[in-house]
Design a protein around this ligand. Structure first.
Ligand SMILES: Nc1ncnc2c1ncn2[C@@H]1O[C@H](COP(=O)(O)OP(=O)(O)OP(=O)(O)O)[C@@H](O)[C@H]1O
Length: 238
């Protein structure tokens, strides 16, 4: 087993890429980067995978600077030294956000940010956008969809952007936050800390607590949810 394979976090990223067929030869992938641990590891991991994977593909990171991102200088220098391709696009919309038409600032910010990433992907002829959603994101979303919507749905590893040919890929979907944190510590990347004043008391925090409590009894609960989402017994649904 080589060094690459012995790194559990990179092994799981590759497992997701291959199992869900996230990457095709010739893909041009734009990674949405927030400067936090998940999307930073995603950019690093895909850039590493590129070097050893049989398929030829390109990887580039994009930070949308909406005005609440803190100091980027050290982070950008470190990423550059690691050989990561990363650009910053500045559109300072965050400060003017508020509660609008019943939508929270976080919701509006996320919509605007995704629109910008998509626009730049199209302008620069990328055919794929990668997001840093993790195992926890899938399980929390699954839980919240049941509790809030009465619906069975998680986050797909691979989906299609509406209104364009761009595919959305989520290669960290098999990785948990503990493994990601460990990987970031090993790499020593100084993360960026956002200055967002809205993101507190998220509904997701409640889901996180409930899942943690379940995992005290069933430690593999999150992995089992991901397994279950690929193993639906259609004959036993109503
Ligand atoms: N400032 C940013 N610039 C570019 N991409 C970003 C930025 N912030 C976040 N992203 C990307 O968007 C992904 C999802 O972001 P985040 O978890 O904050 O929630 P969200 O936009 O509410 O997403 P969702 O509702 O789809 O879970 C991140 O994993 C990252 O890949």
């Amino acid at each position: 087993m080589n060094k690459w394979e012995s790194n559990v976090y990179l092994k799981k990223l590759r497992q997701a890429v291959d199992h869900f067929q996230l990457i095709k030869p010739g893909d041009r992938i734009l990674v949405g980067v927030s400067g936090g641990k998940d999307s930073t590891l995603l950019l690093y991991g895909l850039s590493q995978l590129r070097k050893v994977h049989p398929y030829n593909f390109e990887v580039e990171g994009l930070i949308v600077n909406h005005g609440m991102l803190g100091n980027m200088e050290t982070y950008l220098t470190y990423c550059k030294d690691l050989g990561l391709k990363l650009t910053v696009h500045t559109e300072l919309y965050a400060e003017s956000l508020g509660e609008e038409n019943g939508f929270s600032p976080c919701y509006t910010c996320s919509r605007l940010r995704k629109g910008i990433v998509k626009r730049i992907a199209l302008e620069k002829e990328f055919n794929a956008i990668a997001y840093g959603h993790t195992l926890e994101d899938v399980v929390e979303t699954f839980f919240m969809n049941i509790v809030k919507q009465g619906k069975i749905a998680g986050i797909p590893a691979l989906s299609q952007e509406s209104e364009s040919d761009i595919k959305l890929i989520r290669p960290l979907i098999l990785l948990d936050e503990v493994a990601i944190q460990k990987a970031i510590e090993i790499l020593g990347i100084p993360l960026m800390h956002d200055t967002c004043t809205f993101a507190h008391g998220r509904v997701r925090d409640e889901a996180e607590k409930v899942i943690q409590r379940i995992e005290e009894t069933y430690p593999a609960f999150s992995e089992q949810v991901v397994k279950a989402l690929q193993n639906v017994d259609l004959n036993r649904l109503l």
